[in-house]
Design a protein around this ligand. Structure first.
Ligand code: PLP
Length: 408
């Protein structure tokens, strides 16, 4: 991992517009002309470097963003898509056929969970969901049919940490592909450097960072990305979750400030997590020593980008959680909204929103409680001021009592 700095890798890439513009020109075409029919045929066969055929396959703007995200993750190449799910679903369908099996973390984004639990069985692909923090349990779930180990670096919404290096060893031993969704921890964690085969992001979140678009990416070897884009058998090419060139150009511009944003998200989240925990609130944040995987996570991260901007608190009941979120929104401390990675703090109760696809009994089993609030901490300039205002809201609703504060 020495000398690997994902933000420097992005910064070192230089693209110019066709008239010397400081940003690359946007390819505003769905199809491309050829001077000779032979070149068109060769391009169709995938044998012409630098030629474009049709924008569902690739476009210059998308290739710029592919290159930047591959540089960030340290993979050979990448393929951007119209959403995070548009990256996850073709990747898994490319790796698995009818009769195959997946071992997945049970604490993953609700949409991914629903895809594996409800949709892929229709295609003959079965999934066993496990506690990803227990490597022996993960290994015991592998069968002769298993093709993929799937997890999120930091899980949604419980913020469990996957031991990527440990999982990579298991994957290698059993000849599986380790697929990691790194949406919660861009720059902080470099899963491919820890042994993951394929790294996925929902660009909708931190990487784009302005909550104005959905997008996704699969970062992997050239061989795998070529297979995804193959005109005869590639899941991305055939299912068609293509990102539009105008969007990839705008995501590219936002990517330029990701390192600054991640540092501020991490700084603010660490500040609030420490203060809330000290106040006696049940707080989960990988940067806190009380987090069960704190030491592991500290050893995995690229330190300067910190422990990330996601944290949870548990206020006991859904009613209290809802009242607190509504009050914080009324005081302009953030928005009651799903998603993450915005300049503004976003909060939601995952059990009734982003994880509502997970049946209630399974939510209870995995520790997803009613009073849980998931925070994506924003870029607030004065986080002590934010803390004081949030504390006031909590006191008003008896989430925090003056006694608990006085024990400071
Ligand atoms: N992965 C994670 C961890 C997510 O939180 C989400 C969305 O919330 C997704 C994937 C899906 O991304 P998208 O909404 O861009 O399809």
């Amino acid at each position: 991992m020495k000398n690997f700095n994902p933000a420097d890798n992005i910064q070192d890439l230089q693209y110019f517009g066709e008239f010397g513009g400081v940003n690359p020109s946007i390819s505003d075409s769905s199809t491309y002309t050829f001077l000779s029919a032979k070149t068109m045929f060769d391009t169709f066969e995938g044998n012409m470097e630098g030629c474009y055929l049709y924008s569902r396959h690739s476009s210059p703007s998308n290739l710029y963003l592919d290159k930047a995200l591959a540089a960030m993750e340290g993979t050979e190449t990448a393929n951007v898509s119209a959403s995070g799910m548009g990256a996850i679903t073709p990747t898994l369908l490319q790796l698995c056929s009818s009769g195959d099996h997946i071992v997945s973390s049970r604490t993953i984004y609700g949409g991914t969970y629903a895809f594996l639990k409800n949709f892929t069985p229709r295609l003959g692909i079965k999934t066993t969901f496990v506690d990803i923090t227990k490597l022996d349990v993960v290994e015991a779930a592998i069968t002769a049919e298993t093709k993929v180990l799937y997890c999120e670096t930091v899980s949604n919404p419980l913020l469990e940490v996957a031991d990527i290096a440990g999982l990579a060893k298991i994957a290698l031993r059993h000849n599986l592909k380790l697929v990691v969704d790194n949406t919660f921890s861009p720059l902080s964690v470099s899963p491919a450097k820890l042994g993951a085969d394929i790294v996925i992001h929902s660009l909708t979140k931190y990487i784009n960072g302005s909550s104005d678009t959905v997008g996704g990416v699969t970062c992997a070897s050239q061989e795998f990305i070529d297979s995804l884009k193959n005109v005869n058998s590639g899941a991305s090419m055939l299912l068609g979750p293509t990102m539009d060139s105008l969007r990839s150009a705008s995501v590219m511009k936002n990517l330029r400030t990701l390192h600054i944003r991640m540092k501020q998200h991490s700084h603010n989240a660490m500040y609030l997590a420490k203060r809330f925990e000290k106040d006696g609130l049940k707080t989960v944040y990988p940067g806190l020593k009380s987090h069960p995987s704190h030491k592991l996570y500290a050893s995995m991260i690229n330190r300067e980008y910190g422990f990330g901007g996601m944290m949870t608190i548990d206020v006991g009941t859904l009613e209290k959680a809802n009242a607190l979120m509504e009050l914080m929104q009324a005081k302009n401390l953030g928005y009651l909204a799903v998603s993450l990675g915005f300049y503004k703090t976003l909060f939601s109760a995952p059990g009734t929103s982003t994880s509502s696809e997970i049946p209630m009994d399974e939510q209870i089993e995995m520790g997803l409680t009613d009073g849980l609030i998931r925070f994506s901490i924003g870029l607030d300039n004065d986080i002590e001021r934010t803390y004081q205002m949030m504390k006031k809201c909590m006191m008003e609703l008896n989430v925090l009592t003056s006694e608990s504060i006085l024990t400071e």
